[in-house]
Design a binder for this molecule. Structure first.
Ligand SMILES: [Zn+2]
Length: 553
């Protein structure tokens, strides 16, 4: 019993900063060992003595003792994060190659980043490899600029692929595979029109071409025309509709951004993506739930050709509440100037998040926190802010910015040389201001001033508003302010070498004001915190005006 008490006392002490509470421990013991009630007096005496001894130990000693006695009771905080992929049952050291295959047709948004980061982190955690590939076998959708944009976005996120492949470089391989399937009688050429095909497939009925002899298929394949497709003969009435004799090649005359007019017969997405997984030796791929029905088909094709099947796991997607993700709508709003571009601050594309001041670390921890469950979730900007704030609190310098400045004279304020920390919590680095009687205050602060109230200029002076808009110096120290003060304000001394600052808010409103001189030392891309205003990223400097994008509070 004594050992049991000690275990719980140690765990309880570690949970509460080194001090265990006997009441909690006895409660726990009785809950788990109902018989203990009979000896409750003895247990209480023992607990009091043991807790006293445990509370005398340092946190390190408590931790070491608990580790020896009952390691399972140690807080499992660190483990939880590492366990994200544990349920997939992959063993450390097992061959693991994961992949992410974007189509080079759009700006990736935070939802796409989930599929990428999940595969990348999964590989990294189990000593595996991560392959990136462009699924670009639809010439009507692939666009030249997106190969580089996607690579650049992923690099910014901290994703470094072990290999990068391009599906359209493998056309000859796709044709070879098609001919193998043809010779073994697994395919047929079909020229039923789209409506008929949809109808037949919907009703689980075979099309007239299904029993085509191999010689005829070979002959027609050689000169496949627009409107003709090559279909895989699986089962016309398969219970999984994606398995009902799916199309694997079709004719698209439009030139391709990489191969020009060399090829006109293109593999469909289903055929291309699973074969590329085989060509790239992808062993495991995590992807979003809309692919769930297709997994059977992808593994079927791999099996048919004797490739080891890729394991696929589908997770739920998440959405950011109120954020537009439909490419068509975004394009329209860019055309009508409602959005400044794909990096508009209202969007959640990676280019937008980057320009607004979100850090890759925050995006990564936010995305991984959404987990790999099958339940769709809707998250808000606030959820993302939380992760970003955690990063920026450590890295973003605090500076003064006075929005819509109002000049105030504080009569009798002494000349001072005040020092303020860039990082008040860690005290890394400081800057100073020379102050006297005149200060610029933010319009918000100015309009809040009330006669008779005591106010404080941060780390500088306390003052009081007197009748008829007179402001009088009161005292210097923060203790006096704490007794009766009603608002602490940031400021810019009138004599200070201030700079013009503009901040673009997510709703496109522009807030103008004065920034302290240290703004001049910033580089475009730096993220800082304007004290009591919010985090902002320096976006451009022109004609002496420093333009920031507002990140969040
Ligand atoms: Zn047909």
């Amino acid at each position: 019993m004594e050992e049991l008490i000690e275990k719980y006392a140690l765990a309880n002490a570690l949970k509460y900063g080194g001090k265990a509470n006997p009441g909690n421990i006895i409660g726990q013991i009785v809950k788990e060992n109902p018989d203990a009630k009979q000896h409750i007096k003895t247990i209480q005496q023992q607990a009091t003595a043991i807790v006293e001894a445990v509370n005398k130990l340092t946190l390190e000693e408590q931790k070491a003792r608990l580790e020896a006695l009952a390691p399972e009771l140690l807080e499992k905080k660190e483990h939880k994060e590492h366990d994200l992929f544990a349920f997939l049952g992959v063993e450390q050291g097992q061959t693991l190659i994961t992949g992410f295959p974007p189509e080079p047709s759009k700006y990736p948004h935070i939802g796409h980043a989930k599929a990428c980061l999940a595969n990348y982190e999964f590989a990294k955690r189990y000593g595996g490899k991560f392959h990136l590939r462009f699924d670009d076998t639809n010439p009507t959708l692939a666009r030249k600029e997106f190969y580089d944009i996607i690579l650049d976005n992923l690099k910014w996120l901290g994703v470094h692929p072990d290999r990068v492949d391009i599906a359209s470089d493998n056309m000859d391989k796709f044709y070879t595979v098609a001919e193998i399937l043809m010779k073994h009688g697994h395919v047929f050429v079909c020229d039923c029109d789209a409506d008929l095909t949809n109808n037949l497939r919907y009703n689980g009925q075979a099309c007239p071409h299904r029993n085509q002899p191999v010689e005829e298929t070979l002959e027609r394949w050689k000169q496949l025309k627009e409107g003709e497709v090559l279909r895989l003969r699986i089962a016309a009435d398969h219970k999984n509709t994606t398995m009902r004799d799916p199309t694997i090649f079709r004719v698209i005359k439009e030139p391709h951004v990489r191969t020009g007019s060399t090829y006109h017969i293109w593999p469909t997405y289903d055929f291309e993506t699973c074969l590329m997984d085989s060509f790239q030796s992808i062993t495991y791929r995590l992807r979003s739930k809309e692919f769930e029905l297709r997994t059977e088909l992808h593994n079927y094709i791999q099996n048919l050709l004797g490739y080891p099947p890729t394991k696929y796991y589908e997770f739920a997607r998440f959405e950011l509440e109120g954020v537009e993700t439909q490419g068509r709508v975004i394009r329209e709003k860019i055309a009508s100037k409602e959005y400044v571009g794909w990096d508009d601050p209202a969007l959640a594309t990676l280019v937008a998040l980057r320009r607004r001041g979100f850090t890759p670390e925050a995006i990564k921890s936010f995305i991984l926190s959404t987990g790999l469950t099958k339940n769709n979730s809707t998250l808000t900007w606030d959820d993302l802010y939380l992760h970003n704030r955690r990063v920026l609190n450590e890295t973003a310098k605090r500076l003064f910015f006075v929005a819509e400045p109002m000049l105030v004279k504080i009569n009798g304020a002494p000349k001072k040389h005040v020092k303020l920390n860039y990082f008040p919590s860690t005290k890394k680095g400081e800057r100073s201001f020379d102050t006297h009687e005149e200060f610029y205050l933010a319009a918000d602060d100015f309009s809040a001033l009330q006669p008779g109230e005591l106010y404080r200029l941060m780390d500088c002076v306390n003052f009081i508003e007197e009748p008829e808009d007179n402001y009088q110096y009161h005292s210097d120290d923060i203790e006096t302010y704490r007794q009766s003060g009603s608002r602490i304000m940031h400021f810019i001394p009138k004599e200070h070498d201030a700079v013009h600052v503009e901040v673009l808010m997510p709703d496109k409103q522009v807030v103008k004001g004065l920034g302290e001189s240290r703004v001049k030392q910033l580089h475009v891309g730096d993220i800082i915190q304007f004290e009591r205003f919010g985090f902002c990223r320096l976006d451009s400097v022109a004609h002496g005006t420093y333009t920031f994008w507002f990140t969040h509070k």
